[in-house]
Ligand binder design. Sequence first.
Ligand SMILES: *Cc1c(COP(=O)(O)O)cnc(C)c1O
Length: 384
Amino acid sequence: MVVKLNHEWQTELLHHKGATDPTTGAVSVPIQPASTFHQYDVNEFGEFDYARSNNPTRQSLEKAIAHLEEGTDGFAFSSGMAAISTVLMLFSQGDHLLVTKDVYGGTYRLVTEVLGRQGVDITFVDMTNLNEVAQSFRPNTKAVYIETPSNPTMKVTDVEQLVRLAKEHDCYTIHDNTFMTPALHRPLNQGVDIVVHSATKFIGGHSDCVAGLAVTNSPELAERIHFLQNTLGAVLSVHDCWLIMRGLKTLHVRMDYASKTAMQLAERLQAHPNVARVFYPGLRSHEGYDIHRRQSEGPGAVFSFELSEDQDVNQFIEKMDIPVFAVSLGAVESILSYPAKMSHASMPEFEREERGITDRVLRLSVGLEHVEDLWGDFKQALQN
Ligand SMILES: *Cc1c(COP(=O)(O)O)cnc(C)c1O
């Protein structure tokens, strides 16, 4: 099903149907904490009965994200992992899934240690290599799971080509769109069946709420995901739904501003003698530059970089004064993280190195600070 927006995305973000409360005109959707709803008619129940199944506050967020991803149905969960886990419960014993090699660590743990135990077979594939993808399908392959750009080396998957291959094999495509958000990339338009998000990151945007979202434009999948959401029950609380809706309103300006800063920092770092490599799809030198440019509206606010051999990584991190040194990303404050010791700590060293995630690779999620302050911080931390 094709969903069309009435305005530019940025305008739609603030004025979509549902942005105001239809009963009062309130410009902020009310928080409705009721867990149950009185039924006025014994034989015909109203739209809401029990809040796990559906409630007005969550419904507002779910409609908003569905609309903004240009899909038909949205679902809100208690975390990104809750969204991903619920969606992957679509699959059963005997099914086979192709999962991107660079998948988020929590998803890696879910598919290897939980889905594997339940008899779902997984093959990890380099999704930038379409030949490898084509050769990995089996008669029982049911879905392809992708992230683009991937974490932390920002590898770009050609979504349209990937979808074409998946459709040829009668498979669904599931796309984790956390890094780009619908402000920069709307994969359902490219034929993806289900988009998932950690709304903890850019969509919430303020490091104050853990949340997950899923969107589809298939009525059949929507019905099945709603059934699973209600059955598993990992729904987002109404207070957190409200926080995510509040964060969402500034998503476009935040992504736009932070991406511009990220671009300037990536370019300057690439030219710096103490930096060996910069991984950012906004740089012409990046392998996936053309594909990324074609399929999305900007390079995003996250890049990684590798310090040159003569740099002491620990000293560099200690000297960086402005960014928060932490896991996570997508916040108003810049966040510096160290994949080898954080997101990829559980990965064996040789596998890490093979993926380019050496002990000298760091990732920066750019926030809303002034670019010159961030650059000044880099310059003093890189000098020694
Ligand atoms: C953080 C993250 C997740 C998991 O989301 P949580 O909200 O932490 O459960 C999934 N995918 C990506 C790409 C992430 O960055």
